[in-house]
Ligand binder design. Sequence first.
Ligand SMILES: Nc1ncnc2c1ncn2[C@@H]1O[C@H](COP(=O)(O)OP(=O)(O)O)[C@@H](O)[C@H]1O
Ligand SMILES: [Mg+2]
Length: 404
Amino acid sequence: MKSVVRLAIVDPVDATRNSLKNLLLDIDMVWLEAECSRYEFFTDVAMQTQPDIALVSLDADATQGLALIAKLSQELPSCSVLVISSSQEGSLILQAMRNGAKEFLNFPLKLEDFLAALDRIQQSHGGREGKARVRSSQVYSIAGVEGGVGCTALAINIACILAQNAQNSVAILDLDLALGDADVWLDIIPDYTIQDVAENITRLDYSLLKRSLTKHDCGAFLLPCPVQMEDTTAITPDELRRVIALLKATFTHLVIDLSKSYGPLDLAAMDASDAVLLTTQLDLPCLRNVVRLIQFFDLHDGLSEKIRVVVNRLGLEDSQISVSKALETIGREIYWQIPNDYPVMVESRNNGIPLISQAPRAKLTRSVEQLAQSLDRADSLDQEPEERKQKKGLFSFLSSGGSK
Ligand SMILES: Nc1ncnc2c1ncn2[C@@H]1O[C@H](COP(=O)(O)OP(=O)(O)O)[C@@H](O)[C@H]1O
Ligand SMILES: [Mg+2]
């Protein structure tokens, strides 16, 4: 599923609000952006968080609830208002619709009713007015066949290249939880890491996410791995899925630097990805691992077709296996070949400056640039340009500050 709908709820009654929340938390395509227990505060909450959908429960106070619907429709026309009530009184339904509600649902809410309403809203708004009701976002995971093949180098540089395009907003997620070094490549000293985000996952919203990300000068945002190794226990695949869902709801592109353990977190990340770059070099141990990993990926539904084999450091040594021999060994197309250029790459890393700024004309840089463009082009075919622009605006509040 590529799309996430961001939703905010207002319901002054704790019990019903919690039951709604629990229902919504189970739906993958819904991101619960904010919850509010007071009608009078909700417009501000919605203005700040700009949800796609506002779910307004009328049961606590129908008059206040109806007034809120009118206010939301006026002040936040981009947000679709869904109303929920245990009353089925005709006059109440009529008034709610007149005030601008798009759907009127009955409490207790049934999942299928909610999903059907969501579908109707998307159908009626999809593409019209250039408004992105459901935004789609691209997720690329960078996997490696062993340590040191260049995954972090690729993840960082692809992200920074994508971030050059003013229509994109890009985040990097360092999932190499024990040994990740994406922060070093970007010369960033992070205050927060993915661990902080995961620990606060139940109350995670934009402001918290904003504090957890560090912006690099190139425009990409980094969500780093924990600094201390002992911090690395708590994240579950479910928590990671929700972190990815929020990042997807926010950024046009998410680049994930995977660990080399291929555990549940890496699998969850790959599952959420549109493409997985399986990075290898042209030596025997690496190619053997390509074959092994492809066999392993074949066991997981839908994973195999996302895999793109990327050969890094082409021309490293005379003893390298030839590309044609490699093709024979792995029995699979090679998606991209990146030349070896140690001086340029290592200088870029040591300075914490991405290739695109450090050595824009180098052959290495151009190859990574074309790789990023090729991924992006393949994925942009089904997206409307307007949709991508809308998305960028969402995180524009981050563009001042946070960078280093
Ligand atoms: N195309 C390349 N040419 C030369 N050196 C490279 C290239 N790609 C990566 N490297 C170097 O290889 C080393 C390992 O890269 P890294 O991205 O940290 O690997 P991984 O994240 O897979 O462990 C780094 O020193 C990096 O500078
Ligand atoms: Mg790495």
